[in-house]
Design a protein around this ligand. Structure first.
Ligand code: HEM
Length: 231
């Protein structure tokens, strides 16, 4: 059963001449950390990838150091704890899938790293899902106990409750943290986690177009010049 078709939003960062809004990425990562990270992992993202895209090297180091990681076994085979470093990956909220399900009524909060690419509708779907919980399910709708009504979720009964409410986080850049602003920022951030090379790819694409056009024009001129005497 398909969910309600998500609204098509005019995402700036998906246009071919535009890059991610890196202030939005920084805010979106804050939303991930303060809200989503309680239940969702982001397994494919190392701290080092945050440097330059949304924070300074010192900020990323400090963030990594907030978590502990296992050392490699020493000669006696002992594993110890060490503070995180830039090459470490963002830790998962649960030890394994069983623990994750146990904490979520049997449902598994999926890893969000590639979610924008994995779900039909991408950014529009996730934004619609996060902002689309009605106050009450519509009259006549049946919602299984333990599930929440969301028309955008295929089947409409989702184990995740509404999480975004106005003012839930406080943005350091002064942006008003409305539910829709947080949803926009976290979706843009999740698009970055799924396609961290997007900015580079677009810049390269534009170079290819410029150089390609120049070479095409040149070859046109050479052709006319070479064939001029034969006509
Ligand atoms: C599912 C995003 C916060 C628990 C999902 C899905 C997305 C998502 C995209 C997948 C929906 C699908 O399968 O199509 C987010 C974002 C969050 C957030 C961006 C923060 C803004 C949370 C929190 C919890 C949670 C805080 C736990 C309290 C779950 C669970 C599912 C889920 C259990 C599985 C739902 C099901 O299969 O029925 N979330 N989530 N999420 N989320 Fe979240």
């Amino acid at each position: 059963e398909e969910g309600l078709h998500p609204t098509q939003y005019p995402w700036e960062h998906t246009k071919w001449t535009k890059t991610f809004d890196h202030n939005s990425l920084r805010r979106g990562f804050q939303v991930y950390r303060e809200v989503c990270a309680a239940c969702h992992s982001l397994k494919r993202i190392p701290y080092r990838s945050l440097v330059g895209t949304m924070m300074t090297v010192d900020e990323a180091k400090a963030l990594a150091e907030e978590n502990e990681y296992d050392t490699d076994p020493n000669d006696e085979g002992e594993i110890e704890k060490r503070p995180g470093k830039l090459s470490d990956y963002i830790p998962s909220p649960y030890k394994n899938d069983e623990a994750a399900r146990a904490a979520n009524n049997g449902a598994l909060p999926p890893d969000l790293s590639l979610m924008v690419k994995a779900r039909h509708g991408g950014c529009n779907y996730i934004f619609s899902l996060l902002t689309g919980y009605p106050e009450e399910p519509p009259a006549g709708a049946t919602v299984q106990s333990g599930l929440n009504f969301n028309p955008y979720f295929p089947g409409t009964g989702i184990a995740m409750a509404r999480v975004l409410y106005d003012g839930l986080v406080e943005y350091e850049d002064g942006t008003a943290a409305t539910a829709s602003q947080m949803a926009k920022d976290v979706v843009e951030f999740l698009n970055w986690t799924a396609e961290p090379e997007m900015d580079e790819r677009k810049k390269m694409g534009i170079k290819v177009m410029i150089i390609g056009t120049a070479l095409l024009a040149l070859s046109g001129w050479v052709k006319r010049y070479k064939w001029a005497g034969i006509k």
